[in-house]
Design a protein around this ligand. Structure first.
Ligand code: IPE
Ligand code: IPE
Ligand code: MG
Length: 250
């Protein structure tokens, strides 16, 4: 009980995860890479349900980057087929857990049957009021920023906006993440300490947490460790510690 209470204290409202290390997890076991991805899907299921249970508002998972299309065709094909199966299997569980499903990334790159499955899942879960689960698929942050910039440029050219209207809020609203708050905590598994073209604009003031654990081995305890670490951070947003303390004292 006490543990649950502490666990729920100062939770990130929005947790983003770069799920990395599936391939190396498999390689270390002399298995084909796809076995790592399969085990990774089980981790996704576990972490999604745990985050929803403890009261995380938004969970965003980097599942496939724009750059991942350049991987061997067989791996890309297997990943797409895993994704399709995952969506089909998960919708009833999302309904049971009141989870709203969302996708960011370039839908047009995805095979039509996969994209249709994603649309279905978003439609069916649209009325849920619990955690918002967002999968980043065929997602690249630079591409997203360019697309938003082009869109705004068109609006200015068409007289719908003036350059002075381009505020941070307006710019954010032209990104894929328009309906999401910025992430409070970013977790990356597998020991890599880089962002890999994920949410470059949105991560401006996000706390970063890196763990050596590979995604297939990530579990509840590892999640709690990340959350406990986050709980101890002081988010200053450019201010001094004293300023923050006097703001909370008042
Ligand atoms: C993350 O694991 C999953 C995807 C990028 C699709 P990786 O497949 O990148 O695994 P490693 O980094 O090669 O171990
Ligand atoms: C980032 O992982 C993308 C996803 C987790 C989907 P990568 O494995 O593609 O990143 P790099 O290539 O190591 O930077
Ligand atoms: Mg990787």
């Amino acid at each position: 009980m006490a543990f649950e209470a502490t666990l729920k204290e100062n939770l990130p409202r929005h947790l983003a995860i770069i799920m990395d290390g599936n391939g190396r997890w498999a390689k270390a076991r002399m298995l084909p890479r796809i076995m790592g991805h399969r085990k990774g899907v089980q981790t996704v299921r576990l972490i999604v349900e745990e985050c929803s249970r403890i009261g995380i508002g938004y969970l965003t998972l980097f599942a496939f980057s724009s750059e991942n299309w350049s991987r061997p065709k067989t791996e890309v094909r297997s990943l797409m087929s895993l994704l399709k199966k995952y969506i089909k299997m998960e919708v009833p569980r999302m309904m049971a857990n009141n989870i709203r499903f969302n996708v960011i990334g370039n839908r047009n790159d995805l095979p039509e049957d996969v994209a249709a499955g994603l649309d279905d899942a978003m439609r069916v879960t649209a009325g849920n009021s619990g955690m918002t689960l967002t999968l980043a698929l065929s997602y690249g942050s630079r591409q997203e920023l360019l697309q938003a910039t082009k869109f705004i440029a068109e609006e200015v050219r068409n007289g719908l906006l003036s350059p002075d209207d381009i505020t941070e809020e307006l710019f954010s609203s032209r990104l894929y993440t328009t309906s999401l708050p910025d992430p409070d905590l970013l977790v990356r598994t597998s020991g890599e300490m880089r962002i890999s073209n994920f949410l470059l604009w949105q991560l401006a003031y996000t706390e970063l947490y890196f763990t050596d654990v590979k995604w297939p081995d990530f579990n509840r305890d590892e999640l709690y460790k990340a959350l406990a670490n986050y709980r101890q951070r002081e988010r200053r947003f450019g201010l001094t510690s004293d300023q923050l303390r006097s703001a909370t004292d008042n």
